[in-house]
Design a protein around this ligand. Structure first.
Ligand SMILES: Cc1cc2nc3c(=O)[nH]c(=O)nc-3n(C[C@H](O)[C@H](O)[C@H](O)COP(=O)(O)O)c2cc1C
Ligand SMILES: O=C(O)C(=O)c1ccccc1
Length: 372
């Protein structure tokens, strides 16, 4: 196992160095997932069923990692971004502002959680063009949700990532056992104190109760048109994992689809996202962009997701490991490792540009997926 005297060369090293030094409640919150952690583990392990068909003798002196398509008109360094996750100040006092500074300095895209400790405005000021997605939970108190949407639009966020896999929080055993709660010295950055939804109830949702503040009645017919009526930002859905919902999402007029199972924190026994991705890509048929997250830890994982048709991929937990390691600098270090690893994978596979990473570069071995 890596320790501080060994150099950190992989995200697994960064995890191994930081997690044993993290307070149990925070560590369990970050590392945990729903129920028996089947989907959590398979999100990463399913990548191993995909093998890369390397081409050789292709002069890979120069490898260009820029994304296939600009995102909101901007060319980021790499088609990898920071997924929205709650409560970054549990990892470092800079919280989401540290993350945003790292994104800006490395020209990465960032999504901000509704449940950030630092405010959407502070994060926008620190991240500028990198702070693009605002992850939205629709709260039962719709007036609070509407006010939030209008404020983040005014601050310059480009798109909402409406989380659609969380009508209720998943049953995360460790959070129930630990009676997870936000440390009292930390706050909810995006809500004026007196207007806040009952956050203790929201976080209490993690302790296994279905009594949360997130609106479980959201649906295609009502919620997407309602959001359209209150914002000009793009509307993406985060948490689609089937062809059926891809079609419904496109019919409802969404601007993009983010394949996710919330890092295995919601429905346990759902398909690993890398296995769900192909059916979503096929159903989308190029009509809207498709992004993916879940278990991505190596340059090879990024490569495989792009080969299966994702335009962009996102990292959740590795950002928290980086922040814990050394704040902004730790996140930058994590980003550097992913960048080096992705570049190396591209070169060794014989790809000069992300455009060349297509389904022909992969084979899938092992158990196959068939619908019943
Ligand atoms: C500690 C933690 C908190 C999260 N909070 C949110 C959240 O507030 N909203 C959301 O849509 N997704 C949330 N996610 C899910 C991430 O956006 C992302 O889907 C997931 O972490 C990707 O998987 P990975 O961690 O294996 O990379 C959270 C994930 C973690 C690990
Ligand atoms: O923990 C999470 O995965 C998450 O999405 C969340 C939900 C409610 C409050 C804080 C985080």
């Amino acid at each position: 196992m890596a320790n501080f005297t060994n150099p950190i060369v992989s995200l697994a090293d960064m995890e191994a160095v930081t997690m044993p030094q993290t307070d149990g409640m925070a560590r369990d919150y970050w590392q945990g997932g729903a129920n028996e952690l089947i989907t959590l583990k398979e999100n990463s392990s399913a990548f191993d069923y995909y093998k890369i068909r390397a081409r050789c003798m292709r002069n890979v002196e120069n490898v260009d990692m820029t994304p296939r398509k600009p995102l909101f008109g901007k060319k980021y360094s790499i088609p990898v971004g920071v997924a929205p996750s709650a409560f970054h100040q549990m990892a470092h006092s800079d919280g989401e502002v540290g993350t945003a500074r790292a994104c800006k300095s490395q020209n990465w895209a960032m999504g901000l959680s509704s449940y950030s400790n630092r405010s959407y405005q502070e994060v926008k000021d620190a991240g500028e063009d990198s702070a693009v997605f605002f992850q939205l939970y629709v709260f039962k108190k719709r007036n609070i949700t509407e006010d939030l949407v209008r404020r983040v639009e005014k601050a310059g966020y480009k798109a909402l990532a409406l989380t659609v896999d969380t009508p209720y929080l998943g049953r995360r055993y460790s959070e129930i056992r630990n009676k997870f709660c936000l440390p009292s010295y930390l706050g909810y950055g995006n809500f004026p104190e007196k207007e806040a939804p009952d956050f203790e109830a929201a976080v209490g949702g993690m302790t296994g109760s279905t009594n949360n503040e997130i609106d479980p009645s959201i649906c295609w017919e009502e919620t997407i048109p309602w959001l359209r009526s209150i914002t000009n930002m793009e509307i993406w859905v985060k948490g689609v994992v089937t062809e059926e919902d891809t079609e419904l999402a496109i019919q409802a007029g969404v601007d993009g689809i983010w394949v996710s199972n919330h890092g295995g924190r919601q429905l346990d026994s759902g398909l690993a996202t890398i296995d769900a991705l192909p059916e979503v890509v096929k159903a989308a048929g190029g009509r809207v962009p498709v992004h993916v997250d879940g278990g991505i830890r190596r340059g090879g994982d990024v490569f495989k997701a792009l080969a299966l048709g994702a335009d962009f991929v996102w990292l959740g937990r590795p950002v928290l490991w980086g922040l814990k390691y050394d704040g902004q600098a730790g996140v930058e270090k994590m980003m550097g490792i992913v960048t080096e690893d992705f570049k190396s994978t591209m070169a060794l596979a014989g790809c000069h540009s992300v455009d060349e990473i297509n389904p022909k570069t992969l084979v899938r071995i092992g158990p196959s997926i068939s619908k019943l």
